[in-house]
Ligand binder design. Structure first.
Ligand code: SAH
Length: 252
């Protein structure tokens, strides 16, 4: 079954955009996934095809109307469509690699891209939209966020990424940030490739990479490091109590 993405947007012409190039684009050409970008405005019903209105209660900006967005969703996906419905939103649950895997394992996604100040709360509830954020900053619309989500998901679809192994050691997959990479030339300006990497000693290389990954994670992402350490502690069997040698732990 092909992963089917339906995107609802006021700027469907932005798609596939970057998703039409490189890995995701080749996969799209090979029908390893499908993308249908639809115009929300097609469901407007007044002369001006307006989709937004002023916020109830006052304040700046405009709000995407519930009735029009609901009509767009219903036209794109019948009530029994099994695909999750996402709304790109800075208020949403932070998007993670875990969510990317869960989506990639499923039938696809319906992704609603907000604009203006956001969308009327009632359509979020009535159409069971799951709000997803790609980070703690405000974009001008959900389109780029939807592309980020789809790019992360598509590369996990079986057959899309050539080298499956490369996925397994990547940042977040191991709970650690990835180790640094090097390639030829052996000397760049006055910097050599670390000796261990050209030693051919695979155990030492793996140990070095793990060490680097740990150091980077500790340094840059204390949040990830704390979680990793917790998991490591749980994985290792509890250490044996120190041997009681009658010397109170002192060694001769
Ligand atoms: N007033 C809103 C921001 C609206 S930004 C607030 O303060 O929460 C306009 C649209 O851009 C949003 O509806 C959403 O679809 C999209 N968007 C902006 N930032 C985003 C983010 N970090 N993640 C996902 N979508 C985002």
């Amino acid at each position: 079954m092909t992963f089917a993405a339906t995107v609802l947007s006021l700027y469907p012409e932005m798609f596939p955009g970057p998703l039409g190039a490189s890995l995701a684009g080749r996969a799209l050409d090979k029908s390893l996934w499908a993308l249908d970008a639809r115009q929300i405005r097609d469901h407007a019903h007044d002369r001006h095809r307006s989709v937004d209105d002023t916020p109830a209660g006052g304040g700046a900006g405009m709000v995407l109307r519930a009735d029009i967005l609901a009509a767009a969703i219903d036209a794109a996906a019948p009530a029994d469509d099994p695909r999750p419905r996402l709304l790109m939103s800075p208020r949403g649950r932070p998007f993670t690699q875990r969510m990317a895997h869960d989506l990639a394992d499923g039938p696809g996604a319906i992704i609603v891209c907000g604009r203006f100040e956001g969308v009327d709360q009632r359509v979020i509830e009535a159409r069971n939209l799951q709000e997803v954020s790609i980070g703690d900053y405000i974009l001008s619309g959900g389109e780029l966020a939807a592309m980020v989500v789809l790019d992360a998901v598509v590369r996990l679809i079986p057959g899309v990424m050539g080298n499956i192994e490369s996925g397994k050691t990547e940042s977040f997959e191991t709970g650690l940030l990835e180790h640094p990479h090097y390639t030829r030339p052996q000397m760049f300006e006055d910097r050599a490739i670390p000796d261990v990497l050209t030693s051919g000693d695979h155990a030492r290389i793996a140990a070095w990479r793990l060490e680097q990954a740990k150091r980077l994670t500790q340094d840059r992402r204390p949040d990830l490091w704390e979680r990793y350490e917790g998991k490591e502690a749980a994985r290792k069997p509890a250490r044996n109590p120190p041997p009681s040698d009658g010397q109170n732990g002192k060694t001769a």
